[in-house]
Design a protein around this ligand. Sequence first.
Ligand code: GUN
Length: 282
Amino acid sequence: MAVIIDGKKISLQIKDELKEKVEELKKKGIMITLAVIQVGDDPASGVYVRNKKKGCEYIGIRSLSYELSGGISQQELLDLIKELNDKKEVNGILVQLPLPAHIDEDAVIKSIDPAKDVDGFHPQNVGALCIGQPGFVSCTPAGIIQLLKRSGIQIEGKECVVLGRSNIVGKPMSLLLLKENATVTIAHSRTKNLKEVTRRADILIVAVGKRKMITKEYIKEGAVVIDVGINRDENNKLCGDVDFGNVEPLCSAITPVPGGVGPMTIAMLLHNCVETVGLQSL
Ligand code: GUN
């Protein structure tokens, strides 16, 4: 029987630690503010944004909401970001992705002040991660490192396979594992003999966006399996990229969906919001 890694519980631990830090900062007269921008009315984005704002409220930081019409021009969005960059009382800026097709996501990400980029998507922060310098780290991979560490799973020296190479998860995940002294392989849709590659993994991180793709043929006995996917199954129930029921008996530890990686993303966003205080006063 595998250990089921409880992301809800671990994220609550982190949020409670942050809540204490925020109280300490308030005593020194420091109040943290996160600006959250949502463009259009994508229902999934709406749920994520609501949960992020709830998280802010829980740890005691202020969130400002900017709910913009899907028809807004790129220039209008860039103008708003510039205004928020210039506002001293705004510590963090988050633009929920994806953006409508007529807006250039890269241009928007680049327009955010790197010192306020709590998502860790700005090329300056990605570069800093790459060469081991301080900066904001993308929240989902940072949350996975916390899940592993707080579950007592050793990373150093382990064979880690990251399945997926997105800028938000796969690439920063591999850099963070490398920083923890793991041996890292990045696999993706063009990888040959994928099952052979994933079966080498002591720790397998799956971020492919294909429901229940990973079955026991992809897993080495005793592996730790981290599932980043959030999909709907044939009965419209939430499920991951891993076929949990099929894989779980073979693993030493596994994250469920929901209640695994998802809550950690928000906890690490809040962590980054609290970190803005140190970075912006440098
Ligand atoms: N869309 C999916 N994941 C994320 C995330 O971590 N941050 C933002 N801003 N948008 C997302």
